[in-house]
Design a protein around this ligand. Structure first.
Ligand code: HEC
Ligand code: HEC
Ligand code: HEC
Length: 437
C-alpha cells in the first residue's frame, strides 16, 4: 500500500514537471545515410575505442551470448525491466542513421534521434559531462564497427512508468546539464580524475544511492555513500567506507587496474567489468581516478596513522585465518559449529593461513549491512577481472543448502569481523537462490 502511494506520488510529480518539460521538448533530428566506416580517421577511432571502454558501453549494450553493442541486456529497476538498445551502425535496428549531432544529443540530454526521452538506466546524467571532442571519437568508433541487425527487446515497465513523456519531468528535475568544468583551484591530475569519474566512468551510477525517482544525486552528503547494484552491495567511495584498512591512492590504483589489492581483495560482481575495462586504460588516467577518489574520501591520512592502522588490521586479520595457531576456537553454538564445518569443507582449501586470497577479515563485503555479496560470491563464484585471471573462486550454489549458507554467513561474519550479526540472512539466502534478489 505504502509502495503504491509512493509510486503515485512519484508519477504525479513527474507528470507535473513533465508538463513543463513538454513545452521544451526536443525535435527529431533528420536521419542520415549510414556513414562510410572507411572515412573515419583511424586514430580517432582508436581513441574512441578506449573511451568507450572507460564508459563500459559494451557491458550494458551486449546481452549474454549476444553480439557486442547489439543491445538486448535486461536491466531490472524498481519501476520494471528496461532493455538496452542496439548501438551498432545498423540502419533499421541500431543507430546507423544517427548523425554525430544526434549521438551527442543522446549522450548529453538523454533524448533519442526522434526526440523521445531515454530512461536514466542509461547513465546519460554522467555522460553529459563528457566533452564533444571525446563523444565524436566514440561516435567514430561505434560507426566503424560491423552493423548487427537485432531489434531491441520491448521494455516491461509498470504503468505509468512506461510513458516516456514522464521522463521529460525527470530530466527537468534531476538532470544537471553541461560538460565538465575544471576546478582551477585543483591540479591537472585531480581535474582529469574528476572528469573521468563524474563523466564516462559514471562511478556514482553504482556507488551513489538513488532517490525514490531513481536519480543519483551529484552533490550533497549522499554522493558516493554506497548503494546496491544488480543485487550487490556497493561500498561507499567516500569517508564512510567500512574497509578495515583505509584506502590509499596506491591501493586504489592496484584495485582499479588489476581488480585486486592485497589489503582489500577483489573487484567482484558488477565491479569486475569496470576493473577489466580500466585494465585497458592508460596508467595516468587510472592514477588520476585514484587521486580524485582519494579527495572524495577526504584525502590520505597522515602516514604514521595509516601505517599503524594497516599493521594492526593486517595482524588481526591474519590471526583469524583458518588454521592459524592463534585463531580463536569455534564457539560452542550449533549454528556456529555448522557454519564452521561448511567453511572447513568448502572454503578453507583457499581461505586459510598463507592461502592465496587476501585475508577474509580484510574483505569490505564482510562489513556490509547484509550478507548479499558473501552469498552471491559463494553461489555464483568469482570470475576475476582481466588483471588477476588466476584469482577465481568456484560457484557453490549446487553444493550448499539454504541452511548451510545461512550458518556459513553467520559464522563468517562472527569470525572475521567484530560487527553485530547480520539480520535477515535466512530470507536473503532464499531470495538470492530464487533469483528474485
Ligand atoms: C548502465 C548501463 C548502460 C551503459 C553503461 C551504457 N548504456 Fe547506453 N543505454 C542504456 C539503456 C538502458 C538504454 C535505453 C534507454 C531507453 O530505452 O530509454 C541506452 C540507450 C543508449 C542510446 C540511445 C539509443 C537508441 O536507439 O535510442 C545510445 C546512443 C547509447 N545508449 C549509447 C551508449 C554509449 C556510447 C555508452 C558508453 C559510453 C553507453 N550507452 C553505456 C544503458 C547503458
Ligand atoms: C556497475 C556498477 C559499478 C560501477 C559503474 C562502479 N562500481 Fe565500484 N564497485 C561496485 C561493486 C558491486 C563493488 C563491490 C565489489 C565486491 O563485492 O568485491 C565495488 C567496489 C569498488 C571499490 C572497493 C571499495 C571497498 O571499500 O572495498 C572501489 C574502490 C570502487 N568500486 C571504485 C569504483 C570507481 C572509481 C568506479 C568508476 C571508475 C566504479 N567503482 C564504478 C560496483 C560498481
Ligand atoms: C578455489 C579457491 C577458493 C575457494 C574454494 C573459495 N574461495 Fe572465496 N575467494 C577466492 C579468491 C581467489 C577470491 C578473490 C580474493 C583474493 O584473491 O584476495 C575469493 C574471494 C572471496 C570473497 C570476497 C568477495 C567479494 O565480493 O569481494 C568472499 C566473501 C569469499 N571468497 C568467500 C568464500 C566462501 C564463503 C567460500 C566457501 C563456500 C569460498 N570463498 C571458497 C578463492 C576461493
Amino acid at each position: 500500500m505504502k509502495k503504491a502511494l509512493v509510486r503515485i506520488f512519484v508519477a504525479l510529480v513527474l507528470a507535473g514537471a513533465g508538463a513543463i518539460a513538454w513545452a521544451m521538448r526536443f525535435p527529431e533530428i533528420a536521419p542520415i545515410a549510414k556513414p562510410d566506416a572507411a572515412k573515419f580517421d583511424k586514430e580517432l577511432v582508436k581513441r574512441g575505442e578506449k573511451l568507450a571502454g572507460l564508459g563500459n558501453c559494451h557491458v550494458c549494450h551486449t546481452k549474454p551470448g549476444g553480439k557486442e553493442f547489439a543491445g538486448g541486456l535486461a536491466l531490472p529497476t524498481p519501476f520494471g525491466t528496461i532493455h538496452t538498445t542496439n548501438i551498432t551502425p545498423d540502419v533499421e535496428t541500431g543507430i546507423g542513421s544517427w548523425s554525430e549531432q544526434a549521438f551527442i544529443r543522446a549522450m548529453h540530454e538523454g533524448v533519442d534521434r526522434h526526440g523521445r526521452n531515454l530512461y536514466p538506466a542509461f547513465p546519460f546524467d554522467y555522460y553529459s559531462k563528457v566533452t564533444e571532442a571525446d563523444l565524436k571519437a566514440i561516435y567514430a568508433f561505434l560507426m566503424s564497427r560491423p552493423a548487427v541487425s537485432q531489434k531491441p527487446t520491448d521494455n516491461s515497465l509498470a504503468f505509468p512508468f512506461n510513458i516516456r513523456l514522464l521522463l521529460a519531468g525527470w530530466n527537468f528535475l534531476f538532470h544537471e546539464k553541461g560538460e565538465f568544468k575544471p576546478d582551477p583551484s585543483k591540479d591537472a591530475e585531480w581535474n582529469r580524475g574528476a572528469y573521468l569519474v563524474e563523466g564516462l566512468g559514471h562511478c556514482g551510477a553504482c556507488h551513489t544511492p538513488r532517490n525514490m525517482f531513481g536519480a543519483a544525486p551529484k552533490s550533497g552528503t549522499n554522493v558516493y555513500a554506497g548503494a546496491v547494484a544488480e543485487g550487490w552491495y556497493v561500498p561507499p567511495l567516500n569517508a564512510s567506507t567500512p574497509a578495515p584498512i583505509p584506502w590509499t591512492a596506491k591501493a586504489l590504483v592496484n584495485y582499479l587496474i588489476d581488480g585486486w589489492d592485497g589489503h582489500h581483495g577483489i573487484a567482484a560482481g558488477p565491479m569486475t567489468a569496470v576493473a577489466t575495462d580500466l585494465y585497458e586504460q592508460s596508467e595516468d588516467d587510472v592514477f588520476a581516478i585514484a587521486a580524485y577518489v582519494m579527495s572524495i574520501k577526504g584525502g590520505p591520512r597522515p602516514q604514521a596513522e595509516q601505517e599503524k592502522i594497516t599493521t594492526e588490521a593486517l595482524a588481526t586479520a591474519t590471526k583469524l585465518e583458518w588454521g592459524h595457531p592463534e585463531a580463536p576456537p569455534v564457539p560452542n553454538d550449533p549454528v556456529m559449529q555448522k557454519g564452521a564445518k561448511v567453511f572447513e569443507a568448502q572454503c578453507s582449501t583457499c581461505h586459510k593461513q598463507g592461502g592465496k586470497p587476501a585475508p577474509l577479515g580484510l574483505a569490505t563485503v564482510l562489513y556490509a549491512p547484509d550478507a548479499s555479496n558473501l552469498i552471491l560470491a559463494t553461489f555464483k563464484g568469482i570470475q576475476p577481472p582481466r588483471g588477476v585471471l588466476d584469482r577465481s573462486m568456484p560457484p557453490r550454489e549446487a553444493q550448499i543448502s539454504d541452511d548451510e549458507m545461512t550458518a556459513l554467513a553467520t559464522f563468517i561474519r562472527a569470525r572475521f569481523t567484530k560487527k553485530p550479526a547480520w539480520t535477515g540472512t535466512e530470507a536473503l539466502v532464499k531470495k538470492i537462490r530464487s533469483g528474485a534478489h
